[in-house]
Write a protein of this length. Structure first.
Lengths: 405, 310
């Protein structure tokens, strides 16, 4: 009753050793299977998960938060599998995810460089020089990846319980050594250590499912009760709580839920995340604005068709609505009216061209929060959204104050 | 220019009598599964360790369990006696980072050569656990030497340092950092590697989660494996290494830059020498090397060097 994780470089016999250990102990041996499970569970193409792990190029990183999300999916799937116990996992980052679990034996396999070169040359039919370059590149990539994501160096031996250098030691002996080591009392699964891994698993799954609400959400679990911490404005707290409850309700094994919100106290942009709707019949304006506001951490919806925007506004509230004034049949004024009728606290920001500048000024008297004149600059939008977020905050404080008195 | 000279077949090798001892069966089912029977025959174990990492305790217990000799500073003492140098000087040479200057560097290299000779002569006896400095460097190509590094969590080391030295936490951290830094510089400058590089060892064992006794069991078991039993080839390699170390220690006073290696009982000495002095130097070297017990054949390779000021 134990779990073994085997970390390895490419062409290092790691896979062979993992399979032999599993066979000898009668354990399950898993690796890529985790990606397939994560892909099913969280409805993401497997190739995306694969890229998240193995592709360290900057293109992936530029896509905001995607990578972290995929890694969390993989983590959740892996922990769930390891709960079954009697497992050998080889492949990516097993030891990161189970650092604190006492019954997991964390092994790293090092291969003789000369042998890795030979295997690489044979398998890929390349020259010696290419093989050496390729191995160095793979190793560098792997180290860079783990440093970036976890701030640690995979080559650091202190991350493992055991580092085996497969050189003098042969593969079969390495298998013997691992089987022998895992037989030690220390690595036997106990009810406590199983509970620990279950807690980690529940927390990882909850986090994976809640990341759509807040990318930086923190989740802790203990004996089935979970604690969710999210940085959000006080305005959104009740809604967030409801959403969290909704999402976690579907997950088995959760008996109790606590939601902590860390209120926005400073003027930092990421403390003032808002739900924003952008309505503009020009798709390019929508996309530009969304890309920009996404970057600031806001949650943004866009609608090109004003009629559809009206339907959406009938269903849910937004913190801020940004709307063009002139859009064919339905114009921005109608959108504003609908928003303010439903929710007084929502801030409406109009987008206006030169031709409708007077009209835009007029909307201010009718309840619009502000307007942005086209062509707009990033700085102006940020300033306007920031003021709107502050106003939202103040509204809440006033209300709290009024109730308090 | 190569010169060859031979002195009969005199190698008085250590008695062999090694045999294979395979560790077999499934350790999870075996009964008792991890008991160390002491059946390990003819083996050498080097244990590298950081300061305050419980490595010493592990080494001593492994030796006790296997009925091996456990050595560390004995080697320094032996080197000090043989070459008539204060122990503290050798200790400094192998513990402190050497200064960059070659002048001092050669001084250090001299001590390292003496230490290597003393260590290898201890290992001649076989059935030895060595946990002093640089063990794995000196025997890196000998397959029947089990090379182990023991590491532990920084927190454990701090605790141990405080217990042993009676110092504050802050002082303990400072002390450990300093020792690690020294060791790192030293091994980098003398051997061009970092001691923490796991590739230098057969096994790196983290004792964070285990007790000392468990680690001892584990090492004893591993030492019994086939890979670490002496073979005719590994014995030959060890003989060559011992003889090379003897010759290097004998010749280093004459020429601090010599490189010595052995193959199949033939010892190759390489050095740079000005042409005018070649005859004399080679003659001297042959004379000194000829006096060393066990030598069969020595080849001296010289390459021309330009004296300073030319």
């Amino acid at each position: 009753m134990s779990v073994i994780t085997i970390s390895r470089g490419s062409y290092s016999h790691g896979k062979e050793i993992a399979e032999k250990v599993a066979h000898k102990l009668g354990y399950d041996c898993i690796s890529r299977d985790i990606l397939i499970e994560a892909s099913k569970e969280f409805n993401v193409p497997e190739i995306k998960l694969f890229q998240a792990i193995y592709d360290t190029s900057n293109i992936m990183d530029r896509i905001f938060g995607k990578k972290e999300r995929y890694i969390t999916y993989i983590q959740a799937a892996l922990l769930k599998s390891l709960m079954k116990d009697n497992m050998v996992y080889h492949g990516f980052a097993g030891h990161f995810f189970v650092k604190e679990i006492p019954h997991v034996l964390k092994v790293r396999i090092l291969a003789d460089m000369e042998e890795r070169i030979q295997i690489m040359m044979e398998r890929n039919g390349i020259s010696r020089k290419d093989a050496v370059d390729f191995i160095h590149k793979l190793d560098r990539q792997r180290r860079k990846w783990s440093r970036k994501l976890y701030g640690i160096d995979t080559a650091d031996p202190s991350l493992y319980d055991l580092v085996i250098h497969v050189d003098t030691i042969k593969v079969d002996t390495a298998v013997d050594i691992i089987c022998f080591k895992v037989g030690s009392k220390r690595f036997q699964t106990t009810p406590e250590s199983l509970q620990k891994i279950q807690d980690l698993s529940v927390a990882a799954e909850a986090k994976a499912r809640l990341m759509d609400l807040d990318l930086n959400v923190k989740v802790k679990a203990q004996n089935g009760s979970i604690q969710v911490s999210s940085r959000t404005s006080a305005v959104r707290k009740p809604k967030l709580e409801a959403e969290v409850r909704q999402i976690t309700k579907a997950m088995p094994g959760i008996t109790d839920l606590k939601v902590n919100t860390v209120p926005a106290t400073t003027g930092l942009d990421d403390d003032r995340r808002c739900e924003i709707l952008i309505v503009d019949d020009e798709a390019v304006v929508c996309d530009r604005l969304k890309a920009f506001l996404d970057k600031d951490g806001h949650r943004v919806e866009t609608r090109v068709d004003p009629a559809e925007a009206l339907r959406l506004l009938g269903e849910r509230d937004f913190d801020i609505v940004i709307s063009d004034i002139r859009m064919g049949e339905i114009d921005g004024i109608q959108i504003m009216d609908r928003v303010l009728k439903r929710s007084q606290r929502t801030k409406v920001v109009m987008i206006t061209g030169y031709a409708t500048l007077d009209l835009a000024r007029e909307t201010l008297t009718k309840g619009a929060f502000d307007f942005i004149a086209k062509p707009f600059k990033a700085k102006e939008i940020r300033a306007t959204i920031k003021r709107a977020a502050e106003a939202l905050e103040q509204d809440v404080q006033h209300r709290v104050h009024a109730v308090g008195v | 220019m190569n010169r060859t000279f031979s002195i009969g077949f005199m190698r008085s090798g250590f008695e062999t009598g090694w045999k294979f001892n395979r560790w077999y069966g499934n350790p999870l089912i075996g009964n008792p599964p991890f008991a160390c029977t002491g059946e390990v025959t003819m083996s050498i174990i080097t244990i590298s360790r950081g300061s305050y990492s419980r490595g010493k305790e592990v080494a001593e217990k492994v030796a006790q369990r296997l009925g091996y000799e456990c050595i560390a500073h004995e080697v320094i003492t032996a080197a000090s006696k043989e070459f008539n140098i204060a122990e503290t000087e050798i200790y400094k040479a192998v513990h402190d980072a050497p200064p960059i200057s070659n002048l001092f560097m050669y001084g250090k290299e001299k001590y390292v050569a003496f230490l290597q000779k003393a260590l290898l002569n201890h290992l001649k006896k076989d059935n030895v656990v060595y946990h002093g400095p640089a063990g794995h460097f000196f025997v890196k190509d000998i397959s029947h030497v089990l090379k182990i590094r023991v590491i532990t969590a920084l927190e454990d080391r701090i605790r141990l340092a405080r217990e042993q030295q009676g110092i504050s936490r802050k002082e303990a951290i400072k002390l450990i950092r300093k020792r690690d830094e020294q060791r790192k510089k030293w091994s980098m400058q003398l051997f061009g590697v970092f001691t923490w590089d796991p590739k230098l060892y057969d096994l790196v064992i983290n004792i964070k989660k285990s007790s000392v006794d468990e680690v001892v069991d584990f090492i004893c078991q591993t030492a019994g494996m086939q890979e670490f039993q002496m073979t005719p080839e590994s014995k030959k390699a060890m003989d060559d290494l011992i003889l090379s170390a003897d010759i290097k220690a004998a010749l280093i006073d004459l020429k601090p830059d010599i490189e010595v290696s052995g193959e199949d009982g033939v010892i190759h000495v390489t050095t740079a020498v000005p042409e005018s002095q070649e005859e004399e130097l080679v003659h001297k070297m042959e004379k000194i090397a000829g006096g060393i017990q066990g030598i069969r054949q020595i080849k001296i390779h010289t390459r021309p060097s330009v004296p300073y000021g030319d």
